[in-house]
Design a protein around this ligand. Structure first.
Ligand code: UD1
Length: 372
């Protein structure tokens, strides 16, 4: 009898992580059945629907429609809706990915119903408890049964927190599985297929890419203004392209002085358009967790506009450098890269496109043994 998994996805970065897991599960129908649960945390077409189409994810079996609201409201709505599904049709295991509110909400519901929880991208810690994601990571890992880690730091953190050795698995990164898969698809597309191709040509093939959406960077006008002053100065020597997250949109409208004309603002980008942009960028400036890892996987220089990272392998082995939010520091680091002093790096162990395969194989053993 195949084991029934509930796969939880709710916010943009979840979709990239779920896609390769679904492909791996679809290759083993005798061992696994699955239902995809979309919590609706992200709901705009450009933050959600477009990824299902591009990444080849089947339509969700359950859509909980729980977007918007405060953290408590969003988490509570997801919990109530997910509990109904789990009690009506209990699965053998709930698989959650990453560190968003949907991850936390569904892990709690599952454990209270005594359902085993597998956490993919487990063990990451920034040490910064002002980050909502850090709270989500700590709580989810404290109650999960099986931990699938992207990098050695994840394994070390879980050991330090007392999780049992035989529940922790260093498997690589499903986000990189997806990246390598989509990059191959991109290489097969005609060059004129993507709008970003024309933009790259217009910029003469030399540009930087910016993304910002962390509450600590964008909700506080003063911090955003400091970052913007560095971007405006940099844009005088390197054109910048900035796809704007919905959280950032309003704050940018209030910004004085505004962003310079050397910065091309776009809406949130579909995966392929965005990949086509950043993979050939001179540098990426970001506060995204996923992009720190994706740039590391392809060796693109990345400056992370934060003081800490829960993904230290991207700094130790990869092409990522932490620069914080001080305009002078950002600018010096960016200008160094523009002048040819880019940090090269290498792709971390097991970031080889086969993490989902390892997770599914391991999960079969775990489920055969039962929840710990
Ligand atoms: C969430 C995750 C964050 C992740 C990010 C990726 C948490 C705590 N945060 O942050 O870890 O890196 O997603 O994008 O789970 N909004 C829209 N349309 C949408 C989605 C959101 O307009 O489709 C707007 C709404 O005003 C919403 C706000 O963005 O209230 C914030 O959305 P939310 O999901 O709460 O957090 P993110 O900042 O997107």
């Amino acid at each position: 009898m195949p084991k029934l998994l509930y796969l939880v996805a709710g916010a943009r970065p979840n979709f990239m992580k779920i896609a390769p897991i679904i492909r791996a599960l679809q290759r083993r129908p005798e061992d696994f059945a699955f239902r995809l649960v979309h919590t609706g945390q992200h709901y705009d077409r450009e933050m959600s629907g477009v990824f299902f189409e591009e990444l080849g994810i089947p339509a969700p079996d359950h859509h909980l429609d729980c977007g918007g609201g405060s953290h408590a409201e969003q988490t509570a709505k997801i919990m109530v809706a997910f509990e109904k599904i789990c009690t009506t049709h209990p699965p053998d295991c709930v698989l959650v990915v990453g560190d968003v509110n949907s991850t936390l909400a569904c892990a709690i519901v599952a454990k209270k119903l005594q359902l085993p929880v597998a956490h993919v991208e487990a063990g990451l810690r920034s040490g910064d408890r002002t980050m909502p994601e850090e709270i989500n990571r700590l709580v989810t890992d404290s109650i999960s049964d099986w931990f699938f880690c992207t990098e050695p730091a994840g394994v070390d953190n879980l050991r330090r927190e007392g999780q049992p050795e035989n529940a922790i698995f260093h498997v690589g990164h499903v986000m990189v599985d997806n990246l390598l898969y989509q990059k191959q698809q991109l290489e097969q597309l005609p060059p004129t297929h993507l709008a970003s191709g024309a933009l790259k040509a217009r910029l003469g093939g030399r540009y930087g890419v910016v993304t910002l959406h962390r509450p600590a960077n964008v909700d506080d006008g003063a911090t955003l203004a400091r970052i913007a002053s560095a971007l405006n100065t940099l844009a005088a020597e390197l054109p910048l392209v900035f796809p704007v997250h919905p959280r950032t949109r309003e704050q940018l409208q209030r910004l004085t002085p505004p962003l310079s004309k050397g910065i091309t603002l776009l809406g949130p980008q579909p995966y392929m358009e965005f990949l086509n942009l950043w993979k050939d960028a001179t540098l990426v400036l970001t506060d995204s967790g996923g992009l720190q890892e994706e740039t590391t996987a392809l060796g693109v220089p990345c400056l992370t506009l934060r003081d800490n990272t829960e993904r230290p392998v991207t700094v130790q082995a990869g092409s990522n450098t932490l620069v914080g939010t001080d305009p002078g520091t950002i600018l010096r680091a960016a200008q160094g890269i523009v002048r040819g002093q880019a940090k090269r790096g290498h792709s971390p162990a097991l970031w080889d496109g086969r993490a989902a395969e390892r997770i599914v194989a391991q999960l079969q053993h775990c489920l055969a043994k039962g929840a710990r």
